[in-house]
Design a protein around this ligand. Structure first.
Ligand code: 3PG
Length: 307
């Protein structure tokens, strides 16, 4: 029987796994599970006879593809697919997919949580500030950015967004002020919530100039990807300006150096946890299992990202 492997270093909730197992087995495939693996050799061995592979942020490298001669489909149970080497998939005729939108709400709620955590001094004693009335800049108005914007409006924030791929009218219709340039967004807003994917164009694009242009008390919340921030630029800006803050779910490499220098103005979760809710695990996991089966059985390649 053909095998679909669910390989996640960071495990899904049990309830999500059971749902995925059921979908895969009901479709007549063997369900295999590899969680919390600590070396790539274990992953390569597990995928060696798989036709389908479901991952989270796990790296799908050319070496992994080479170790999987039967592989036909890789589904990233989540939104960002910067962990998948698309060229290696394409070269082998393997379809790569994501499950857009399925875990967005969890990430959006965490972004708001990080804003509150920053505004209220890490929930430590002392006088904080309120989100109400503050300007929030949504850096990319995709699935997560849009949800953060809606939640922030509920807190009474004044919400702006920059996204060259979304028409201004769509944002304005949803009560969001569309901003024409990323420079203006950072210059205008006390809070920035980052939602850009990591691509060659976006990597290190949040640089010294942008960060240091923020108004007094500027706070960047990054629940997207560490690589989109230029770490040296961040280090310089936040060291020079003692009012700036950086709260993130995707820790920068220089976290310890930063924390030693600027203390509590920098905060990072100990492991990326934006999508770590039962609901997000179920939504993304089930969608991934359905998409893998539907491709292998029926050739449905909706959500393919390597066309
Ligand atoms: C995503 O791109 O879907 C999120 O960053 C979640 O990633 P994770 O599955 O590794 O938690």
């Amino acid at each position: 029987m053909s095998k679909i492997l669910v390989a996640t270093e960071k495990p899904f909730a049990k309830v999500a796994i059971e749902g995925m197992r059921q979908i895969i087995e009901d479709a007549g495939y063997t369900f295999a599970l590899l969680e919390r693996y600590t070396d790539t050799a274990t992953l390569w061995a597990a995928v060696s006879d798989a036709e389908g592979l479901i991952v989270r942020s796990d790296k799908v490298t050319p070496e992994l593809i080479a170790a999987a001669p039967n592989l036909k489909v890789v589904v990233r149970a989540g939104a960002g697919y910067d962990n998948i080497n698309l060229q290696a998939c394409t070269d082998r005729g393997i379809v790569a997919m994501n499950t857009p939108g399925q875990n967005s709400n969890a990430v959006a709620e965490l972004a708001i949580g990080l804003m509150l955590f920053a505004a209220r001094n890490h929930f430590e004693p002392g006088t904080g500030t309120e989100l109400k009335g503050k300007k929030l800049g949504i850096h990319a108005y995709g699935n997560v950015g849009r949800l953060v914007a809606a939640l922030a409006k509920g807190f009474g924030m004044d919400v702006y967004a920059f996204d060259p791929f979304i028409p201004a009218e769509k944002m304005e219709a949803e009560g969001i002020k569309s901003i024409a340039t990323v420079e203006e967004l950072y210059r205008t807003c006390q809070y920035i919530s980052v939602h850009i994917p990591a691509t060659p164009e976006t990597k290190r694009s949040i640089n010294y100039a942008l960060i240091s242009s923020m108004p007094q008390g500027g706070t960047i919340v990054n629940t997207a990807r560490a690589e989109v921030v230029d770490e040296e630029g961040l280090f310089k800006a936040i060291t020079e300006r003692t009012d700036l803050r950086y709260f993130t779910d995707v820790a920068p490499d220089c976290l310890h150096r930063l924390a030693n220098n600027v203390g509590a103005r920098v905060f990072a979760t100990s492991k990326k946890m934006g999508a770590e809710t039962a609901e997000a695990n179920i939504n993304a996991g089930i969608a991934a299992a359905r998409q893998a089966v539907d491709y292998l059985k029926n050739g449905n390649n909706r959500f393919q990202v390597n066309r």
